[in-house]
Design a protein around this ligand. Structure first.
Ligand code: FES
Ligand SMILES: [Fe+2]
Length: 418
């Protein structure tokens, strides 16, 4: 291979062998990381949180994405808005990352003060001809899809989020995200490139050997297998899954729960996929005993065995919506070798911890699974940094969605890359 430092992203994209993992620089090079932040995270819709993160007027949440920092807040009229967290005086960061409650946004440096609509209301000691009207906060595109918040840092955001919203809102509506509450959030910094985090998420090849907790409720067979490699026990399990999937899907559709697979991971700018999947045993929830973790159901869901609606978005999220709780995940790149994976567990907004749900039972499966995935991503990153690494073949049966993620990534990153 030629010297990595002089190979452009375009050349690397052009010579990528379909069906194979990427060449090492995609996972290890600071230059490609900067390109990813510009072309992928700077131009696409990024999942950052849920409306209940900013439930009340004056609630604010700051999310940092690479060099950018974004304030997401609920204004006095109840609308969710997003602004760049950059003061229009000399650019200071105004609010630290995390959640807070604000009346106005007051810059800590020289006290320039903005209202929740982003207007500059107060700026002392400026010249007589200074026009406050020209120095409001810069807005960031924000779209709530059924209560899931997506932002876009580009001047012009991809318009096809409206297509995704039109398809997804009926799927999400029964779970009524806006009437949930964030019961818990966990931030995990994984020792791997963001694409390794996403690749790991897009396959369940690794589930059997690595996820003893997750594979209690989740059927790894739902994500593909090579028929000829199954033993007798495996064949019986795969058939049981297929029958359950058919029967469950018909029952859910009849009860008004959209369930059929919709897949646009590689053929849209705003790529996504959804499918309602059966849960094993009781069919209720992704918990260690597969029973609901919270006794107050979500939204309009009356069938306790409503399985789990899964929703995947490019480039950075995946979600599981169940009858009793929701788990949402965002991957936010930190540098070429580190990624923040942020997990939120949502329950009915009236649910009381210790009365209606037990936090350990709610979070056990995904706390364990996230750590297992972080360990896998870390060894994948170590391997990508080894001089002996070369791209290897994806399984056509179990890694089809990994290939779709990579196909999407390559077509999007090469749009403006050098
Ligand atoms: S930089 Fe914000 S008030 Fe001066
Ligand atoms: Fe995993």
């Amino acid at each position: 291979m030629a010297n990595d430092s002089v190979v452009s992203v375009r050349e690397l994209v052009a010579r990528r062998k379909p069906g194979f993992s990427l060449e090492a620089p995609f996972y290890t090079s600071p230059e490609i990381f900067r390109t990813d932040m510009k072309e992928i995270f700077g131009r696409h819709w990024i999942y950052v949180g849920v409306e209940p993160d900013v439930a009340e007027e004056g609630d604010a949440m700051v999310v940092n994405i690479g060099p950018s920092s974004v304030i997401i807040l609920r204004d006095d009229a109840g609308e969710v808005r997003a602004y760049h967290n950059v003061c229009r005086h000399r650019g200071a960061r105004m609010i630290p990352e995390g959640k807070t409650i604000i009346g106005n946004i007051v810059c800590p440096y020289h006290s320039w003060t903005y209202d929740l609509d982003g207007n500059l209301k107060f700026a002392e000691h400026m010249a007589p001809d200074f026009d406050r009207g020209c120095h409001g906060l810069k807005p960031v595109h924000l779209r709530s899809v059924g209560g899931l918040l997506f932002i876009c840092l580009a001047e012009e955001a991809p318009a096809d989020i409206e297509d995704m919203a039109a398809i997804m809102e009926p799927y999400l509506a029964p779970h009524d995200i806006r009437n949930t509450r964030v019961a818990h959030q966990a931030d995990l910094i994984e020792n791997g490139n963001w694409k390794l985090v996403m690749e790991n998420n897009r396959e369940c090849y690794h589930c059997g050997p690595n996820h003893p907790e997750l594979t209690v409720p989740l059927f790894a067979y739902g994500f593909g297998f090579a028929p000829e490699s199954l033993d007798e026990e495996g064949r019986v399990e795969a058939e049981r899954y297929e029958q359950l999937r058919h029967a469950s899907c018909a029952r859910w559709e009849a009860a008004g729960l959209p369930s059929a697979e919709v897949e646009h991971l590689a053929d849209r700018v705003t790529g996504f996929r959804t499918e309602r999947l059966p849960i094993d045993r009781s069919g209720e929830s992704q918990t260690m005993d597969t029973r609901a973790a919270c006794r107050l159901p979500l939204g309009t869901i009356s069938d306790a065995a409503s399985g789990g609606l899964s929703f995947w978005t490019q480039p950075n999220s995946w979600h599981h919506f169940m009858g009793d709780h929701i788990v949402t995940f965002s991957a936010i790149p930190i540098d070429e070798g580190h990624t923040l994976v942020r997990t939120k567990w949502l329950v009915n907004k009236d649910a009381v911890e210790g009365v209606d749900y037990d936090l350990a039972k709610l979070t056990d499966v995904w706390n364990a699974t996230n750590q297992q995935d972080a360990d896998l991503v870390a060894i994948a990153q170590e391997g990508a940094m080894d001089p002996a690494y070369q791209p290897g073949p994806y399984s056509p049966y179990t890694e089809g969605l990994v290939e779709k993620f990579i196909t999407w990534y390559l077509s999007r990153v090469s749009q403006g890359a050098e």
